[in-house]
Design a protein around this ligand. Sequence first.
Ligand SMILES: Cc1cc2nc3c(=O)[nH]c(=O)nc-3n(C[C@H](O)[C@H](O)[C@H](O)COP(=O)(O)OP(=O)(O)OC[C@H]3O[C@@H](n4cnc5c(N)ncnc54)[C@H](O)[C@@H]3O)c2cc1C
Ligand SMILES: NC(=O)c1ccc[n+]([C@@H]2O[C@H](COP(=O)([O-])OP(=O)(O)OC[C@H]3O[C@@H](n4cnc5c(N)ncnc54)[C@H](O)[C@@H]3O)[C@@H](O)[C@H]2O)c1
Length: 499
Amino acid sequence: MRYDLAVIGSGPGGQKAAIAAAKLGKRVAIVERRKELVGGVCLHTGTIPSKTMREAILHLTGFRQREVYGDQYRHRASITMDALRQKLEQVSRNEWEVIQDQFDRNGVDTYFGEASFLSPNKLELDDGEATQVVEADHVLIATGTRPARPDHIPFDGRNVFDSDEFLDLDRIPRSMVVVGGGVIGIEYGLMFATLGVRVTVIDGRDRLLDFCDREIVDSLVYHGRSLGVAFRLGEAVSEVRKVREGVVAVELESGKRILGETVLFSVGRQGDSDRLKLGAAGLDPDNRGRLKCSEAFQTEVPHIYAVGDVVGFPALASASMEQGRQAVCHMFGVPCPPSGEIPYGLFTVPEISLIGKTEQQLTADHAPYEMGIARFSEIARGHITGDKTGMLKLLFHRETLQLLGVHAIGEAATEIVHIGQAVMSFGGTIEYFRDAVFNYPTMAECYKVAALDGLNKLAAYNCESHDESGGETGGEQQVCVPPELGAVDLPTAEPVAVG
Ligand SMILES: Cc1cc2nc3c(=O)[nH]c(=O)nc-3n(C[C@H](O)[C@H](O)[C@H](O)COP(=O)(O)OP(=O)(O)OC[C@H]3O[C@@H](n4cnc5c(N)ncnc54)[C@H](O)[C@@H]3O)c2cc1C
Ligand SMILES: NC(=O)c1ccc[n+]([C@@H]2O[C@H](COP(=O)([O-])OP(=O)(O)OC[C@H]3O[C@@H](n4cnc5c(N)ncnc54)[C@H](O)[C@@H]3O)[C@@H](O)[C@H]2O)c1
């Protein structure tokens, strides 16, 4: 029962940490509350079920091909929660088996029970019937979060739900009020609007998703409205109460009352750390249950590390996995370079994704930037997949042409962002996209179209600047080329392609 590393929590952060340590030849134990919870919030109530449900909704409603095939898809009224959950159970079961198998193959010992600290190196595991003690030289806390549930909200799992309970809805409601327009609220709100549910989103802030590019969020809100979603922003909720069976009233401080059959209350999450008896380990979480740690995920107690949602931002499954691996490298003295910029993928309808700077940030920094845009309406693959409204926007430095930000909305946005991520992480410029040949017809073509658009804007800008500074240009056929691009033959027809 003595290990090199004991991991608490089997979500993405804990899993990857345990496997990484086992690969280094360490003796590793991982603790989860109950066997069926292996995989964590990510597998049972968070990422995987919500994304599987989204896929089921898009498939059953024919959302992607709605303009081409119209009513050939199932009428929305005939779709049931059971139909949506069918795939979810298959996917969860499969993932659960894969994780279990990985632990077994790598010799990671799994324990079940509630873990708490007896001392900085000693954990007590309580499965409700018996307790046992595990000792370890290093401990990694990856206990994640649970939904914030204010006392005055009458959660009942029938009409008023937190985001963990929401998947257990017994039927698709006719109307739904989402309190909290963060990532969870917007993802579920738009999913259910796609099913024809009348959705109202309430948020205390004036703008939604303020870490995203404003133009992309505006476009998302436009899509939401076209699905019938009402947005009530800058509104504080004073009370949520059941009027009668199947009708809930959300009272706003402004005096408005919004009625719905179902309320999803998703105003953030708090660290799942209160049962760990952290005091016995010499640790003290903040008032939202989160642990402070260094860039290497080391807490104030050097042999105890913390990763994943319990350390707060960015609270993503993707980042949690990498944090787990990085923590283990640091713990056992293995060099590990930092992972660089993190992409965000929001599985809204339509999906959005981003990496790097937004226009707002670049403007605040007074950075000289230009943008190039590709609209899916001009991309063959967009028409084939049925998305003519999405777009990809590239932000780049005016002088160095270095790629600074990638923002996408629409089909495959969460996939294509990684092309930009690779170029950005190698310090590349948008000339790469101008010169590269991509498979055709694919969404990757957006990069080339956006890069050419951006470079053309730059050429036009430089032209006008030359004009202002003494009329160096002027003939009808004259085309300005930024010096970085060198001399190239340009077609005279629009759009002007550079290179
Ligand atoms: C609805 C929803 C959708 C999401 N969608 C996405 C997405 O699309 N993409 C994305 O990247 N992220 C998404 N996330 C976030 C993602 O799920 C989390 O970032 C991720 O699960 C965090 O992983 P973790 O390692 O911190 O552990 P978690 O997945 O939070 O798991 C922690 C585990 O620790 C266990 N545990 C806690 N305390 C103890 C204890 N004392 N003893 C034993 N075990 C304990 C818990 O039972 C749990 O199983 C979503 C989250 C939610 C809620
Ligand atoms: N695709 C993804 O990557 C994905 C998907 C879902 C969740 N997640 C993760 O889960 C985390 C939690 O998501 P979340 O949506 O619960 O939290 P959040 O912190 O992202 O959003 C909470 C929202 O609720 C609003 N709010 C807070 N109190 C309010 C009140 N009383 N009335 C009205 N509005 C109020 C806030 O202004 C905020 O917009 C996210 O930070 C994210 O990292 C990621």
